[in-house]
Design a protein. Sequence first.
Length: 145
Amino acid sequence: MEVAGDLNYANGIGVSPDQKTLYVSETVGNCMLKFKINDDGSLGNRSNFALLNLLVRNKVESWWLGPDSMKVDSKGNIYVAQWFGGKILKISPDGKLLRVFEIAAGDGTTNVAFGEGEKELYVTVVKNPKDAQAKGSIVKIANVK
């Protein structure tokens, strides 16, 4: 059953701790959307949650530059990998940029996962996302709270 359409290269997805908001990253649109989750499970009130190019400057220009995977912590903060940006952005539930984690291992940050007690973040990254043969790695970031 489709609950939302007309998405621009939808990629990451996350749900708020209270289960009332669904977040979706649109990589090509360089945008994060939010939807209200209705009591019956349907989605309503689609809106732009965060336009990443307004939150942080980037070292590359590409129409592929945008949010990739994300995780939502127990306080509702969103940690989003920025493909072609080499960053993880920590965004508050009201769309404000709280912190930027620069990833020195490469520009192709793709996925994030929490470690112990949401104090650590594991990130998959590709050194050069323009290189189809590029090797990837996993980076651990401590003290993300």
